[in-house]
Design a binder for this molecule. Structure first.
Ligand SMILES: Cc1ncc(COP(=O)(O)O)c(C=O)c1O
Length: 447
């Protein structure tokens, strides 16, 4: 390992500003007894957390670690950086709340916690000045469950559904599951390397395909854009003018790098709020994806009532999922602030590492999400043509798995204009990121 590429913890800390935060988080650990109600089991745990902890996820049966390692045998994959969840231990208050409920060994019908909706409202108000109408919140079994209900209800003419690409691969899946096709509206990279909207093409596509629904992502997976109010107003005006419903997937809203700002789509003006539905969840922010809990809401309360009437019947979700979500929003503010700083540090480290050590991979610090969309086209050029039906992204994925033990997602999974890019999940420790980058550099150098 060279001097330059040796683990530079100080740099991470400088970039992330995480030293004090982590220190204070660690220092604040207190043991809390969770056993008080009659019939509850006993559990006692500390509320301290350390984002630098090398938390072992192997053996839980998860997709990112166990799934990827199983699918790639005989290759070892010590750095799975694909599936969009994080490697950190979750907020201790969540585990504590779950353990408390687990101790009560009866699972009869149960509504969500009494302050469940209050905490959803408070989180969005306090952090984003977003007024979530309490009476117009609908539960979902995750964000895509809500998107599916909306598509089935409002795409009455079975028209294609518009998405901006590169765009979240799950959008293609949910559109397909609803029996519709997707129209890709390509984002265009500007001279500074930021992906921009192409509204002229969007206008033509809406007309040509009689589009009624657009799946919009903010912050955007995988480009990492936090769309500005001006950008969203220009897009929103077009959609309103042409009668297109904006479905705003804002699941990544809690991950915003220091230089950037998340603006909720519904905050940019009354008419935009009234012609859109927003979806969020705690699944990304607190790594609760397997709990299958999310929510949607709209200022257009009639629209929410319509979705409910259409058969989207999710009055109460899985008890543990709702308890986890509630604890996250109630107790997770400092944890989320620490997490943002930590991911910001990872983004800066990745940028500097590419610039100084791995020039065949291009990346500039993005704005939101913990996902980096890295340009690997120079690596692909060195590798030559893919074999058989493989795409360039498949070739790159195999290369990084087999030669570096790093799993990344092929850019083509996010649309035709993702070719040459790979999506890298930065929701991991500084140490693992550094290990992955050193392994990738060695593999590229050896081509
Ligand atoms: C933009 C976006 N929306 C939705 C999802 C999936 O959400 P859920 O598991 O709650 O359906 C993801 C997961 O990666 C995502 O990135």
């Amino acid at each position: 390992m060279t001097e330059k590429t040796a683990l530079n913890r100080r740099f991470f800390m400088k970039g992330a500003g995480a030293t004090a935060l982590l220190g204070s988080a660690l220092g604040s650990g207190v043991a809390i007894s969770t056993a008080n109600a009659k019939g509850m089991g006993h559990a006692s745990m500390s509320m301290a957390y350390d984002l630098n902890e090398e938390f072992n996820r192997i053996g839980s049966g998860d997709s990112k670690w166990d799934g990827v390692r199983r699918n790639n045998r005989p290759y070892d994959v010590p750095f799975p950086m694909g599936v969009a969840d994080m490697d950190f231990r979750t907020l201790p208050h969540i585990t504590e709340a779950l353990m408390k409920r687990m101790g009560h060994q009866n699972w009869g019908y149960q509504p969500g916690p009494a302050d469940y909706y209050d905490n959803i409202v408070a989180w969005n108000k306090d952090r984003y000045n977003q007024e979530v109408p309490r009476g117009a919140i609908l539960n979902c079994l995750g964000v895509l469950d809500g998107v599916l209900s909306i598509l089935k209800l409002y795409n009455t003419e079975s028209a294609p559904v518009l998405i901006q690409t590169p765009g979240y691969s799950g959008f293609f899946g949910v559109i397909r599951n609803a029996q519709f096709t997707a129209v890709e509206n390509p984002l265009v990279k500007n001279r500074d390397g930021r992906w921009e909207m192409d509204l002229d093409t969007m206008a033509d596509q809406i007309d040509e395909h009689n589009i009624k629904i657009m799946l919009f992502c903010n912050p955007q997976n995988p480009t990492g854009n936090c769309w500005t109010a001006d950008e969203m107003r220009a897009m929103g005006d077009l959609c309103i003018d042409k009668g297109v419903l904006v479905v705003a997937d804002e699941i990544h809203c809690d991950f915003v790098n220091k230089h950037a700002k998340y603006t909720p789509y519904a905050n940019i003006g009354e008419k935009y709020a009234m012609s859109s539905v927003t979806l969020k969840s705690t699944s990304k922010s607190f790594n609760l994806a397997a709990q299958r809990v999310g929510y949607m809401f709209s200022n257009n309360e009639e629209m929410i009532a319509e979705i409910r009437r259409s058969g989207h019947q999710r009055g109460s979700l899985n008890a543990l999922g709702m308890i986890a979500c509630n604890a996250a929003y109630k107790h997770g503010r400092t944890y989320m602030d620490d997490m943002q700083a930590y991911i910001d540090g990872n983004c800066h480290f990745l940028e500097r590492f590419c610039r100084e050590n791995m020039p065949d991979v291009k990346y500039s610090v993005h704005e939101g999400t913990y996902l980096a969309f890295i340009d690997c086209s120079a690596v692909a050029d060195k590798l030559g043509d893919p074999e058989g039906d493989d795409r360039i992204g498949d070739m790159l994925q195999d290369f990084f798995i087999q030669k570096a033990g790093v799993n990344l997602n092929p850019g083509e999974n996010y649309g035709a204009n993702g070719v040459g890019y790979m999506r890298m999940n930065l929701g991991t420790t500084h140490r693992k990121l550094h290990g992955a980058l050193n392994a990738m550099k060695a593999a590229i150098d050896a081509i």
